[in-house]
Design a protein around this ligand. Sequence first.
Ligand code: PSZ
Length: 284
Amino acid sequence: MTVYFMDGQFMDQSGVAVSVDDRGYYFGDGVYEVIKVYGGELYTAEEHISRLFQSATKIKMTIPYTEAQLLEVSRQLIEKNAIGEGHIYMQVTRGVAPRVHHFPEPTVSSVVTAYAVNSPRPVAKIENGVPVKSVEDVRWLRCDIKSLNLLGNVLAKQEAHEAGCVEALLHRSGVVTEGSSSNMFGVKDGMLYTHPATNLILNGITRQVLLGLCKELGIPVEEKAFTLDEAFEMDEFFLTSTTSEVMPVTSIDGRLIGDGQPGEWTVKLQQAFTLQTPSLVKGQ
Ligand code: PSZ
């Protein structure tokens, strides 16, 4: 049985009582993070928890814990749930109060919930690559906030899913931004392109790890937006996220990228990603 964390206590699901008056439920008024666990160890957890606090600050919400305390909660969840390969889900809502749009007066404490689950790496997709579908990005203009308000992302993912695709490639009037739950990268003529970390995308932790690996490997990068038309013509294409790692994109809207196989640089970056993740190296 999964052990959850809620408001300072660990409990099983029967003990978790979420209020109908929770602003997360009414408005999606909150923020969240997903942190990967490899071999029972947290991966880039400081970065994720730091981003959780940044997201909270951006929506003018206070989290009643320190970053160190939430790191410790994450470690305890791994232990209590006997997690080997899996992830932590952690969210904070603005709290419980009668439904009014403006912030509650007087202020109420935000509500922190978290759990950990075992989940396998999507090995086949990482090795073989996945098809994606282009979808107009109709989300709001603060996509840099990892907000619980995910309707735009959900509808885009569903459209891709119904077309037999694994991810939606979002674009604003033809300019590629990111995926519905991932960052997007293309390789063309010896240059790696990805959208700059502006308000239009979430600056993924995996994206940041990837850009660090490019620097180490001497792969030239331009953080510059490209169009959907340019995406079709890329030599290689891939996406990154906490659970997808570095995943090759082999077709967009049914049009093959290159020869439809994971690209050379993509595979090189996957190898570099694996090497800097100690338990992945051990597991091989
Ligand atoms: O399990 C899953 O399906 C996950 S775990 C994290 C994500 C999906 N997505 C995070 C994300 C996102 O939601 C958007 C809109 N853009 C980029 C990303 C990638 O962020 P990181 O690398 O921090 O997970």
